[in-house]
Design a protein around this ligand. Sequence first.
Ligand code: PGA
Length: 259
Amino acid sequence: MARRMVVVGNWKMNGWVETAQELTHSIITGLKEHHHRSDPCEVVLCPPATCLYPVSRCLEGSMVRLGGQNLSEFDHGPHTGEICGTMLRNVGCWYVIVGHSERRSGCGEDNERVARKMAAAFRDGLQPIVCVGETLDERDQGRALEVVREQMEGLFPLVPHSDQRQSLVIAYEPVWAIGTGRNASLEQIQEMHGLIRHVLCTRLGEDGERIRILYGGSVKPANAKAIFALEDVDGGLIGGASLNSSDFLAIIAAVPDRS
Ligand code: PGA
């Protein structure tokens, strides 16, 4: 089954309105200038919350989509500092990252809360990009597959029963490969993506075949092509390299044409 490849830039807590607009402009211009294929893959930018609206204005008329980096599990009310899905929609978001490891470890997001946030995203018409991945300790203990399976299983009670569930995106990000320059090997990536695909298909039948599984963790222009060529890799979640337009464009250019 051909799934549309997607490359997501996670800018994390970096940038100001002006720098975010400049980066967005150079990405859009680069995509127009350098791409021979008219529609190589879907591209999503996830700036910090303060830059969502200005970036959304820059993206008007382009095919690049906007995404949030986090959302509240609640829909409105007394939750100081939180942002809900309808607010993200209101500023032009199509996607939202859910359960990034920096939030799981730094902000106490456990599997149950990640599932509730995913459900909130679906409820508000956003496509959740749910992150899963093991720590180095867990891999060293031989528990990587078990940990990721458990993170996946935690989602199913709240995955919608409708076709909407096909819009779920999973990002496998081994925690030890994020921002470290350390790469998971191609074998490790394919093994984990194969497991995630298996779990999705077992639980969701044919819909599981349509769900995209991204890889994230020190993806760079130099390694993107080999990673994107793997059977069960449907794109990437890019952190550091998405802050530099030429690196990000080179990563997009490494996406194979699967159409
Ligand atoms: P990295 O981050 O590409 O800088 O490793 C990926 C991520 O955290 O999403």
